[in-house]
Ligand binder design. Structure first.
Ligand code: DAH
Length: 340
């Protein structure tokens, strides 16, 4: 038996050494040491050996097994090392490859301008508030001094989900939500999406964007509003920009104004952009109506405030000289790429 084990060990060691793939090596392992392997067969034959010779025979077989296992392990390591060497040699990573081949997106122009507006008002100490796009009739109209059947509802026809739930037609709804929660002094802006049942054309869209502003404190006057909007216009349309207030009407402000900025294109002389007037309307504003303060539990004899609502799309149009609102919503990369 000793002889046959030695012979098997010797030929096996040679076979192992001659192996040049891991899978061949595995096959050999199974052939020799597997369940039906050659050495295993010898081990199984132990039962025919007289008991007194078994320890000796067992020792021989075990030594052979150890030797073969070692030979397999070291051959395997050699093959793995060689494989690694081969891969390192041929799989070179070219670190000079241009990684800018994937197009990188940029911010949407509305986002760029919204961020600038947020930065500007934050720097003046305003907080930025979010407010729901799905509103109740109360917040969007009623509490803003626009009762049912008020003609001002006509201009803000929106999408009703039920009789009382609707897509907000103006960010002004956020004024009420803010004043219900935070007592004055308060300074906030609230940018967001608004909705109206309008047909799509160059200047109308059923979805557009506004930025609402609200300041409530003791002794706030229209001068505060004018000073702040002046600063705003200069910052966004150029240092030499002037503003003017035209009397207007909004149910939630009293008095109400529409605010124009001098046309930055022609410097106020009159051109195509300002339709020859020298002025461009930028937003609506006014002093918060006493009824609105009362609706929010704020005493109008103690506090006053101003509010304004600007069309973000409109301001973005002015800044970039865009004349078709639809471009904001069409997702045309040729348009969007210009703002990267
Ligand atoms: N909510 C008005 C609109 O959508 C805009 C507006 C005007 C907002 C005057 C105000 C304001 O806060 O004071 O037409």
């Amino acid at each position: 038996m000793k002889e046959s084990v030695n012979k098997l060990t010797e030929t096996s060691v040679n076979r192992i050494a001659a192996c040049d793939t891991i899978s061949d090596l595995n096959d050999i392992r199974v052939k020799i040491l597997g369940k039906n392997g050659e050495l295993t067969a010898i081990l199984k034959g132990m039962k025919d050996i007289p008991p007194e010779k078994r320890p000796e025979a067992g020792k021989i077989v075990n030594e052979a097994r150890e030797k073969l296992e070692q030979a397999i392990t070291s051959r395997q390591k050699a093959l793995e090392d060689a494989e690694l060497e081969r891969r390192l040699a041929c799989e070179k990573i070219d670190i000079s490859i241009n990684t800018n081949t994937l197009p990188v997106g940029g911010l949407h122009p509305l986002t760029i301008v919204r961020n600038r507006i947020v930065d500007f008002f934050s720097s003046l100490g305003f907080i930025v508030a979010d407010s729901p796009e799905i509103e109740t009739d109360y917040y969007n109209f009623e509490a803003l001094n626009i009762p049912k059947d008020h003609p001002a509802r006509e201009m803000q026809d929106t999408f009703f989900i039920t009789e009382n739930i609707l897509l907000r037609s103006q960010t002004s709804a956020g004024q009420i939500r803010m004043m219900e929660k935070v007592k004055p002094p308060l300074k906030m802006i609230s940018p967001g999406r608004v909705f109206r049942a309008d047909e799509v054309d160059a200047t109308h869209s059923p979805v557009f964007h506004q930025v609402e502003g609200l300041v409530v404190d003791k002794g706030i006057t229209m001068c505060d509003l004018k000073g702040m909007l002046d600063l705003f216009a200069k910052k966004f349309f150029g240092e030499s920009t002037k503003t003017r207030f035209r009397p207007s009407y909004f149910p939630f402000t009293e008095p109400s104004v529409e605010v124009d900025a001098s046309c930055s294109q022609c410097g106020g002389k009159g051109c195509r952009v300002c339709k020859g007037t020298g002025w461009i309307e930028i937003l609506g504003a006014g002093m918060v109506n006493r009824n609105v303060l009362n609706n929010c539990g704020i005493n109008p004899d103690e506090y006053t405030g101003f509010a304004f609502g600007a069309g973000l799309d409109r301001i973005t149009n002015i800044i970039y000289g865009i004349n078709d609102l639809r471009t904001f919503f069409e997702n045309d990369v040729r348009f969007l790429k210009q703002f990267d």
